[in-house]
Write a protein that binds this ligand. Structure first.
Ligand SMILES: [Zn+2]
Length: 218
């Protein structure tokens, strides 16, 4: 399809699920800057050396260096028919550099924002319960166990709740995301390329919408 899909959404919006579906069904690799940097740490190239030198100083990796790293990764064979970007671009400076990269690679950028309102994120997070025996994940709002407090398969085990799944923590996560991502959303909106998707729908419905948008972008 020859597209660069920029997937955006707050933590818990279901970005990971959509990236996985896109990867499985369209054979598009998901390129995450976190993964690239982890891989680079093991490599012996000039670029890897340069990244290590910056990391050793404790300084932030510059936009220029990040884009060179993304450039090197996305010029590999598996990306020739397109790819999904996760965690990049993070700034409008990086977004501007990505435009140049897209032109050079002959690809179109498709920016997709999976939008989930706060109340929904709150339910997804604070409603989560986990079986300590089998790891099955329930949600008291959307996927409740047969009995309130225990796993369907392990009635002896009381379901647990993760300590960081609190309303306060979600608020902090959201505020941070909003602050970092708002300029990017504005950036793509300004050039009429931002597609907002209702993230409260079923994952398959969301996927169908994403696929339609990607296919119809010329
Ligand atoms: Zn269980």
């Amino acid at each position: 399809m020859n597209k660069i899909i920029v997937l955006m959404g707050v933590p818990g919006a279901g970005k990971g699920t959509q990236a996985r579906l896109l990867q499985e069904r369209n054979k598009l690799p998901q390129i995450s800057t976190g993964d690239i940097f982890r891989e680079l740490a093991k490599e012996e190239t000039a670029l890897a050396e340069e990244v290590r030198a910056v990391q050793a100083t404790g300084k932030l990796i510059s936009d220029d260096l990040v884009i060179r790293v993304v450039h090197e990764r996305t010029n590999r064979a598996d990306c020739k028919d397109g790819y999904i970007l996760d965690g990049f671009p993070r700034t409008t400076g990086q977004a501007a550099m990505l435009e140049k990269l897209a032109v050079e690679q002959g690809k179109k950028i498709v920016a997709i924002f999976i939008d989930v309102p706060f109340v929904e994120l709150e339910k997804r997070t604070t409603g989560r319960r986990i079986c300590p025996v089998c790891g099955e994940i329930y949600n008291i709002y959307s996927k409740p166990p047969k009995s309130d407090t225990v796993c369907d398969l392990h009635p002896e085990a009381k379901l647990t709740h993760r300590a960081d799944d609190t309303v306060e923590k979600i608020k902090v996560r959201l505020a941070t995301y909003e602050q970092e991502t708002r300029p990017l959303l504005d950036y793509y909106e300004a050039s009429h390329r931002l597609h907002r998707i209702d993230g409260t729908r079923d994952p398959e419905v969301i996927y169908a919408q994403i696929e339609k948008i990607v296919m119809s972008t010329e």
